[in-house]
Design a protein around this ligand. Structure first.
Ligand SMILES: Cc1cc2nc3c(=O)[nH]c(=O)nc-3n(C[C@H](O)[C@H](O)[C@H](O)COP(=O)(O)OP(=O)(O)OC[C@H]3O[C@@H](n4cnc5c(N)ncnc54)[C@H](O)[C@@H]3O)c2cc1C
Length: 400
């Protein structure tokens, strides 16, 4: 299918609305940053503004109160946020869960949840990682077993690194309704037995414990332990035991949006570096920008930003066009891989351009170091992306 470079009216409106909302917060940038970076709290008023600007409803069909503007619109919004030095991990997680619900939830669940998401009244987190199963999702051991009357699932197990579990109203939870051992005994493939549930993470039998992790500002990570927690059977999203496809297709929007944010952040720090280089004088009266050792790396990053932005847009476009999930996955993985490396390189050069000042919190650069570094590891590691591309695009043997 031919790639078009025209932005729809909705996509242009989303960019304009995002710029407007960010301008609104511009004068309070430092106060908000302090709240996000130092207090690890994300301002509710910014979340409300996302809803007002139509960003939260971009993946929600019109009949459920959204705009259905699409993932490319949302990627544009995330990129703009990054370009202004902001971002929201929970926005990305809410978006990926929404994409999953739109495709897989029952009509009743869609009617209940999607309008609330679009209106900014429901935040969603996502829980797949476990202490003994990170990159290998098939190995998860958190179980959901139907109670005898069929009305509930009984949950047992542990998730880890779950971002925003404390502030989220619902959690898209990946469980095994058939364990790996049961699959093996029945001669079933390991992909069988995974299921998705949309649960209240604050219910009885569920314990959230904050973890001392870094890398995502404004939200903390949690260990989530399930001890005979009962959740209604109608929390099931998609088919019982058949959640693998729904899960893996939902991971694409997360990677694409993470890539969009990374591109925006790269632009943000590159602009800051260029502005500083034009101002800072060290030898004589000319600013350091006159040294090509300073200007060329920033120019190179600018070229990389153009290229990577197009890769992110292409991936979002492929998702919106409904291309086959494997093909979207290829673009999504490429986009996230390039964008994460680019953003880290851009932060590195911005620090270098600022000299010792690059390490000063006042310059507003150093705290991006951890958040963009995280993108090489989460939501998926670089190694797993390379495995995917080697196997699925180049036809090379699976190495694990
Ligand atoms: C700040 C933060 C926030 C997070 N938020 C969430 C969240 O909200 N929800 C959630 O579910 N998870 C979350 N995660 C978890 C994150 O997605 C995982 O940490 C990540 O996917 C890697 O899994 P792991 O940590 O278990 O690493 P492992 O799978 O143990 O891998 C360790 C290393 O070995 C490499 N490796 C493993 N297998 C192979 C292989 N076959 N070939 C080559 N290399 C391999 C990996 O690439 C990695 O470098 C978060 C993590 C962090 C740090």
């Amino acid at each position: 299918m031919a790639l078009s470079f025209d932005f729809s009216e909705e996509q242009q409106q989303t960019r304009a609305a995002t710029e407007r909302l960010l301008r609104r917060f511009e004068s309070r940038r430092e106060e908000l940053k302090r709240m996000i970076l130092k207090e690890q709290r994300f301002p509710q008023e910014m979340w409300d503004a996302f809803a007002e600007a139509g960003i939260l409803g971009a993946l929600v069909p019109e009949e459920y109160g959204g705009s259905n503007a699409g993932l490319l619109s949302m990627a544009i919004a995330l990129e703009e946020m990054g370009a202004h030095g902001f971002g929201s991990a929970l926005l990305i997680l809410t978006a990926m869960d929404t994409a999953c619900l739109v495709r897989n939830a029952t009509e009743a669940m869609k009617k209940e949840v999607l309008p609330e998401v679009a209106a900014g009244k429901l935040k969603l987190c996502f829980a797949v990682t476990e202490p003994n199963a990170g990159s290998n999702t098939f190995r998860i051991t958190t179980t959901a077993k139907k109670t005898a009357d069929g009305k509930h699932y009984r949950l047992n197990g542990e998730k880890t690194f779950i971002t925003g579990a404390d502030v989220a109203d619902r959690m898209l939870l990946v469980v095994r309704t058939t364990t790996l051992a049961e699959c093996k005994a029945a001669g079933l493939p390991k992909a069988v037995g995974l299921s998705l549930l949309l649960i209240d993470p604050h219910g009885p039998g569920i314990t959230l414990t904050p973890l001392p992790t870094r890398g995502i500002e404004g939200f903390r990570q949690f260990s989530v332990v399930f001890e005979d927690a009962l959740v209604p059977a109608d929390t099931l999203v998609g088919e019982q035991d058949g959640g693998a496809i729904a899960l893996f297709t939902s991971l694409n929007p997360e990677r694409i949006l993470a890539g969009a944010l990374a591109v925006g952040l790269a632009q943000h720090v590159n602009n800051k570096a260029a502005a500083y280089a034009m101002d800072r004088k060290v030898f004589g009266d000319e600013p350091i920008a006159t040294h090509q050792a300073i200007s060329h790396p920033l120019a190179e990053i600018q070229i990389e930003i153009e290229a990577t932005r197009n890769l992110v847009y292409e991936a979002a476009w492929a998702f919106d066009k409904g291309l086959e999930p494997g093909e979207v996955g290829y673009y999504a993985n490429c986009a996230k891989f390039k964008a994460a490396r680019l953003a880290l390189h851009a932060v590195d050069r911005a620090i270098q351009t600022h000299g010792g000042g690059g390490f000063s919190e006042d310059m507003g650069i150093i705290y991006y170091w951890e958040s963009v570094r995280l993108l090489k590891t989460a939501p998926i590691t670089e190694e797993m992306i390379l495995n995917y591309v080697a196997e699925h695009k180049l036809g090379m043997p699976r190495s694990y």
